[in-house]
Ligand binder design. Structure first.
Ligand SMILES: [Zn+2]
Length: 225
Protein backbone atom coordinates (compact mmCIF):
# COMPACT_ATOMS: atom_id res chain seq x y z
CA UNK A 1 0.00 0.00 0.00
CA UNK A 2 1.23 3.50 -0.82
CA UNK A 3 2.36 5.48 2.23
CA UNK A 4 0.52 8.60 3.40
CA UNK A 5 2.47 11.54 2.04
CA UNK A 6 2.99 15.09 3.26
CA UNK A 7 3.18 17.63 0.43
CA UNK A 8 5.46 20.56 1.34
CA UNK A 9 4.36 22.80 -1.55
CA UNK A 10 1.11 22.34 -3.44
CA UNK A 11 -0.86 24.85 -5.51
CA UNK A 12 -4.20 23.23 -4.78
CA UNK A 13 -7.47 24.03 -6.54
CA UNK A 14 -9.50 21.80 -4.18
CA UNK A 15 -8.99 19.62 -1.11
CA UNK A 16 -7.37 16.34 -2.28
CA UNK A 17 -9.05 13.05 -1.35
CA UNK A 18 -5.98 11.36 0.15
CA UNK A 19 -2.77 12.54 1.80
CA UNK A 20 -1.24 13.41 5.15
CA UNK A 21 -1.24 17.18 4.62
CA UNK A 22 -0.34 20.03 2.32
CA UNK A 23 1.43 23.38 2.57
CA UNK A 24 -0.27 25.82 0.19
CA UNK A 25 2.13 28.65 -0.68
CA UNK A 26 1.02 32.25 -1.06
CA UNK A 27 0.87 33.63 -4.60
CA UNK A 28 -0.94 36.98 -4.45
CA UNK A 29 -3.97 38.54 -2.73
CA UNK A 30 -6.62 36.99 -5.00
CA UNK A 31 -5.15 33.48 -5.13
CA UNK A 32 -4.45 33.36 -1.41
CA UNK A 33 -8.07 34.29 -0.74
CA UNK A 34 -9.30 31.45 -2.98
CA UNK A 35 -7.00 28.74 -1.60
CA UNK A 36 -8.98 25.68 -0.41
CA UNK A 37 -9.42 25.21 3.35
CA UNK A 38 -9.18 22.01 5.36
CA UNK A 39 -7.75 20.93 8.70
CA UNK A 40 -4.95 19.16 6.80
CA UNK A 41 -4.08 22.22 4.69
CA UNK A 42 -1.69 24.83 6.08
CA UNK A 43 -1.37 28.13 4.28
CA UNK A 44 1.38 30.66 3.72
CA UNK A 45 1.04 34.35 2.87
CA UNK A 46 3.22 35.49 0.00
CA UNK A 47 3.77 37.30 -3.25
CA UNK A 48 5.25 35.08 -5.97
CA UNK A 49 8.03 36.53 -8.18
CA UNK A 50 5.78 36.00 -11.24
CA UNK A 51 2.97 38.11 -9.74
CA UNK A 52 4.51 41.50 -9.03
CA UNK A 53 2.03 43.72 -10.91
CA UNK A 54 0.61 46.44 -8.65
CA UNK A 55 3.48 45.78 -6.28
CA UNK A 56 2.85 48.38 -3.58
CA UNK A 57 -0.84 47.48 -3.20
CA UNK A 58 0.05 43.78 -3.13
CA UNK A 59 2.72 44.33 -0.45
CA UNK A 60 0.24 46.28 1.71
CA UNK A 61 -2.31 43.49 1.38
CA UNK A 62 0.36 40.90 2.15
CA UNK A 63 1.44 42.74 5.28
CA UNK A 64 -2.17 42.42 6.53
CA UNK A 65 -2.46 38.73 5.51
CA UNK A 66 0.74 37.89 7.34
CA UNK A 67 -0.90 38.88 10.65
CA UNK A 68 -3.47 36.10 10.35
CA UNK A 69 -3.17 33.45 13.09
CA UNK A 70 -3.35 30.47 10.72
CA UNK A 71 -0.42 31.49 8.50
CA UNK A 72 2.54 29.10 8.89
CA UNK A 73 5.10 30.70 6.54
CA UNK A 74 5.90 33.70 4.35
CA UNK A 75 6.26 33.15 0.58
CA UNK A 76 6.65 31.98 -1.96
CA UNK A 77 9.17 34.67 -2.65
CA UNK A 78 12.68 34.88 -4.02
CA UNK A 79 14.48 35.74 -7.23
CA UNK A 80 13.90 34.24 -10.67
CA UNK A 81 16.26 34.90 -13.58
CA UNK A 82 13.86 33.56 -16.20
CA UNK A 83 11.70 35.48 -18.63
CA UNK A 84 8.32 35.27 -16.85
CA UNK A 85 9.55 37.02 -13.73
CA UNK A 86 9.49 40.79 -13.25
CA UNK A 87 12.45 43.21 -13.37
CA UNK A 88 15.19 42.41 -10.90
CA UNK A 89 14.81 45.57 -8.78
CA UNK A 90 11.08 44.85 -8.34
CA UNK A 91 11.78 41.22 -7.41
CA UNK A 92 14.34 42.36 -4.85
CA UNK A 93 11.91 44.86 -3.35
CA UNK A 94 9.25 42.13 -2.96
CA UNK A 95 11.77 39.64 -1.54
CA UNK A 96 13.25 42.13 0.94
CA UNK A 97 9.75 42.98 2.20
CA UNK A 98 8.93 39.28 2.70
CA UNK A 99 12.20 38.53 4.52
CA UNK A 100 11.31 41.36 6.93
CA UNK A 101 7.74 40.03 7.37
CA UNK A 102 9.02 36.54 8.17
CA UNK A 103 11.37 37.98 10.78
CA UNK A 104 8.64 40.18 12.29
CA UNK A 105 6.21 37.27 12.65
CA UNK A 106 8.90 34.62 13.44
CA UNK A 107 7.87 32.46 10.46
CA UNK A 108 9.91 30.35 8.01
CA UNK A 109 10.31 31.44 4.37
CA UNK A 110 9.17 29.56 1.26
CA UNK A 111 11.61 30.39 -1.51
CA UNK A 112 11.33 30.25 -5.29
CA UNK A 113 14.86 30.49 -6.66
CA UNK A 114 15.77 30.15 -10.33
CA UNK A 115 19.45 30.71 -11.18
CA UNK A 116 19.76 33.27 -8.38
CA UNK A 117 20.96 31.17 -5.43
CA UNK A 118 23.94 33.38 -4.65
CA UNK A 119 21.88 36.58 -4.80
CA UNK A 120 19.15 35.14 -2.57
CA UNK A 121 21.63 33.91 0.04
CA UNK A 122 23.31 37.33 -0.01
CA UNK A 123 20.02 39.16 0.60
CA UNK A 124 19.19 36.83 3.51
CA UNK A 125 22.61 37.54 5.03
CA UNK A 126 22.25 41.31 4.50
CA UNK A 127 18.99 41.29 6.46
CA UNK A 128 20.45 38.92 9.10
CA UNK A 129 17.68 36.39 8.52
CA UNK A 130 17.96 34.01 11.50
CA UNK A 131 18.90 30.41 10.84
CA UNK A 132 16.44 29.16 13.46
CA UNK A 133 13.48 30.48 11.44
CA UNK A 134 14.82 28.86 8.29
CA UNK A 135 12.61 27.82 5.45
CA UNK A 136 12.53 25.77 2.30
CA UNK A 137 13.81 26.18 -1.24
CA UNK A 138 10.88 24.83 -3.23
CA UNK A 139 11.41 22.86 -6.48
CA UNK A 140 15.13 22.71 -5.79
CA UNK A 141 16.88 21.71 -9.01
CA UNK A 142 20.53 22.23 -8.16
CA UNK A 143 23.29 23.00 -8.64
CA UNK A 144 24.77 20.60 -6.10
CA UNK A 145 27.33 23.22 -5.04
CA UNK A 146 24.71 25.35 -3.25
CA UNK A 147 23.21 22.54 -1.12
CA UNK A 148 25.55 23.09 1.81
CA UNK A 149 25.10 26.87 1.67
CA UNK A 150 21.33 26.54 1.95
CA UNK A 151 21.64 24.05 4.79
CA UNK A 152 24.04 26.38 6.60
CA UNK A 153 21.41 29.15 6.25
CA UNK A 154 18.76 26.91 7.89
CA UNK A 155 16.87 25.89 4.75
CA UNK A 156 15.47 22.55 3.65
CA UNK A 157 15.46 21.50 -0.01
CA UNK A 158 12.29 20.30 -1.67
CA UNK A 159 12.13 17.96 -4.66
CA UNK A 160 9.29 18.43 -7.16
CA UNK A 161 7.99 16.41 -10.14
CA UNK A 162 10.38 18.42 -12.36
CA UNK A 163 13.27 16.32 -11.00
CA UNK A 164 11.63 12.91 -11.53
CA UNK A 165 13.57 10.82 -14.04
CA UNK A 166 16.53 13.21 -14.09
CA UNK A 167 19.57 10.96 -13.54
CA UNK A 168 21.84 14.03 -13.25
CA UNK A 169 19.79 15.22 -10.27
CA UNK A 170 19.60 11.77 -8.65
CA UNK A 171 23.32 12.06 -7.92
CA UNK A 172 22.92 15.03 -5.60
CA UNK A 173 19.43 14.11 -4.34
CA UNK A 174 21.20 11.16 -2.71
CA UNK A 175 23.50 13.58 -0.83
CA UNK A 176 20.91 15.90 0.77
CA UNK A 177 21.00 15.20 4.52
CA UNK A 178 17.88 13.29 5.54
CA UNK A 179 16.73 15.99 7.96
CA UNK A 180 16.85 18.64 5.19
CA UNK A 181 14.78 16.81 2.59
CA UNK A 182 11.21 17.69 1.55
CA UNK A 183 8.95 16.54 -1.29
CA UNK A 184 6.25 18.48 -3.14
CA UNK A 185 3.82 18.32 -6.05
CA UNK A 186 4.08 22.08 -6.83
CA UNK A 187 1.54 22.89 -9.59
CA UNK A 188 1.50 19.40 -11.14
CA UNK A 189 -1.43 18.16 -9.04
CA UNK A 190 -1.18 16.44 -5.64
CA UNK A 191 -1.46 12.94 -7.16
CA UNK A 192 2.03 13.40 -8.66
CA UNK A 193 3.66 13.38 -5.22
CA UNK A 194 3.83 9.58 -5.22
CA UNK A 195 6.13 9.69 -8.30
CA UNK A 196 8.41 12.14 -6.50
CA UNK A 197 8.66 9.95 -3.40
CA UNK A 198 9.35 6.89 -5.55
CA UNK A 199 12.09 8.73 -7.46
CA UNK A 200 13.71 10.18 -4.34
CA UNK A 201 13.67 6.77 -2.63
CA UNK A 202 15.35 5.17 -5.66
CA UNK A 203 17.96 7.94 -5.86
CA UNK A 204 18.76 7.52 -2.16
CA UNK A 205 18.69 3.72 -2.31
CA UNK A 206 16.07 3.54 0.41
CA UNK A 207 12.38 2.68 0.59
CA UNK A 208 9.37 4.92 0.03
CA UNK A 209 8.07 4.57 3.57
CA UNK A 210 11.28 6.00 4.95
CA UNK A 211 11.18 8.98 2.57
CA UNK A 212 7.51 9.56 3.39
CA UNK A 213 8.07 9.40 7.13
CA UNK A 214 11.15 11.65 7.18
CA UNK A 215 9.79 14.28 4.79
CA UNK A 216 6.58 14.56 6.82
CA UNK A 217 8.57 14.91 10.04
CA UNK A 218 10.79 17.57 8.41
CA UNK A 219 7.82 19.57 7.14
CA UNK A 220 6.04 19.45 10.50
CA UNK A 221 9.19 20.57 12.27
CA UNK A 222 9.87 23.42 9.83
CA UNK A 223 6.34 24.80 9.82
CA UNK A 224 5.72 23.97 13.50
CA UNK A 225 2.48 22.11 12.82
ZN1 LIG B 1 4.94 27.35 -6.08
Amino acid sequence: MAPDLFDAHAHLREVPKAGAGWIVPGVNAVEDENAPRSERIWRAAGLHPWHLDGLEGELDALTKRAKSEDIVAIGETGLDAMRRAGPRAIQERAFRHQIALAMEHRLPLILHVVRRHGACLKMLREQSFPKDLGGMVHDFGGPAEVISEWIDAGFKLSISPRSVGREDRAVWISRIPEDHLLVESDDFGPERLLDVVRWVAAARNTDMNRVAERTERNARQLFRI
